[in-house]
Ligand binder design. Structure first.
Ligand SMILES: [Zn+2]
Length: 410
């Protein structure tokens, strides 16, 4: 996470309705003294989280990823072996268990590597793509914690891809395509930056050259414009940083595609090459959204709480005009719920006007109003969309309108 970028965005957002305020109004999440920097997701916020996470899962399944899950706490020794301890121990939470040092994982890589090395791998098994939504902990001073943007406990849409050096370019090209397609859904415009070999680089000179060439070719073939950050790569490999601009023109670095020659070395990873010899794979660490918590914070502000239908925690609120339509409203709601629509019925004894106002403030995309006329007409509802336009529709027709809009994600 780039700190100066984060600070500027936090300062700039202070004059606007920020995600903490919106989160409170829409009852999405809260923070409590007892767990600084850790999110309490309320039912509606958790629905957004799961919808996003499951969408990423579906995308990745199509791209040949398999998902793994690894322990939150391991012996600190693992991070000493992987090389993280030397650079990262200040940010790690460690504790003694039976007089041995354990740590809460700050990243998923070393454990993912243990799964890779648990089996003998051959050159034709690669690439192996492990996705991972592991819970991570990183120690941030309580003074710098800021809503969903800066937390101590979070989840990245993480993945580690184990490739042969000759597979780097194609894999990166596929990743760039995936990133561009993913961001388009949210109307985020990505900007790409290639970070090259720093002076204090580790690893084989030839491999660095080959990897940087592969990244450049992948960027060129993807026909994306990119800037070069000379010597700004990590000491363990070159990387591509991807920034986006949100609806408020703020700049965020979300995605990174990071090559790593060091962990394979430190953790002794290998595959059997065509000539029968053991060779080191290269690891590609990559995330598209980065921290899901932060991404949801950005989306909350980007949409100012009016999430598109596919992400909205309540997609339809059904409003019976009087108690006489209550039962019918419940029946139609359970049919919609059965079709996977997130639906609520507001049958409180309030005027229709008050109910419409509540649902509008809650940014519910569709309202289905049911009066005597609609009940008499069978499965009819008077549908009101977020622009305030109304039309009467048969339930099955409404259902297919919803399905289509959810599918298209606009
Ligand atoms: Zn990693």
């Amino acid at each position: 996470m780039d700190n100066s970028n984060l600070k500027a965005n936090l300062a700039e957002s202070s004059s606007r309705r920020d995600h903490r305020q919106i989160g409170q109004e829409l009852d999405l999440f809260s923070f409590h003294e007892v767990a600084p920097g850790a999110v309490f997701w309320h039912p509606k916020g958790w629905k957004i989280y799961l919808t996003l996470q499951n969408f990423i899962r579906e995308l990745l399944a199509k791209e040949g990823y398999t998902e793994i899950s690894t322990p939150v706490m391991t012996k600190s020794q693992l991070f000493k072996t992987s090389g993280h301890w030397d650079h990262y121990k200040e940010n790690m939470f460690s504790l003694d268990v039976e007089s041995e040092s354990y740590s809460l994982k700050p990243m998923n890589c070393p454990e993912s590597a243990l799964i890779f090395s648990n089996t003998i791998r051959s050159y034709h098994d690669l690439p192996i793509r492990y996705s991972d939504f592991g819970t991570l902990h990183r120690n941030e001073l309580s003074g710098v914690l800021g809503g969903l943007f800066r937390v101590r406990q979070f989840t990245i849409d993480d993945a580690h891809i184990y490739v042969r050096p000759d597979q780097i370019q194609e894999e990166i090209q596929n990743l760039l395509k995936l990133v561009v397609e993913f961001y388009k859904i949210f109307d985020f415009k990505p900007e790409f930056f290639l970070s090259t070999k720093p002076d204090k680089a580790m690893g084989d000179e030839k491999l660095w050259g080959q990897a940087e060439e592969a990244l450049k070719t992948a960027l060129n073939n993807s026909k994306v414009e990119y800037g070069v950050k000379e010597k700004d790569g990590a000491f363990y490999g070159p990387k591509i940083d991807i920034h986006i601009k949100d609806s408020q023109k703020r700049d965020w670095q979300l995605a990174t595609i990071q090559l790593d020659f060091q962990i394979p070395e430190k953790m002794g990873l290998k595959y059997i090459a065509e000539d029968g010899k053991g060779k080191r794979p290269v690891i590609i660490h990559r995330a598209i959204t980065g921290s899901l918590e932060r991404f949801i914070g950005i989306l909350t502000e980007h949409y100012q709480g009016a999430f598109p239908l596919w992400l909205a925690p309540v997609q339809v609120t059904i409003l019976p005009i009087t108690d006489n339509q209550k039962e019918h409203a419940e029946k139609l709601a359970s049919e919609l719920a059965g079709a996977g629509i997130k639906v609520e019925v507001n049958s409180r004894s309030e005027t229709l006007q008050a109910k419409i106002r509540t649902a509008t403030l809650q940014k519910v995309p569709y309202l289905g109003i049911i009066g005597e006329k609609e009940v008499a007409g069978g499965n009819l509802m008077s549908i009101r969309d977020k622009k305030g336009d109304s039309k009467t529709m048969e339930l099955s027709k409404f259902q297919s309108v919803l399905k289509k809009e959810i599918e298209q994600k606009f």
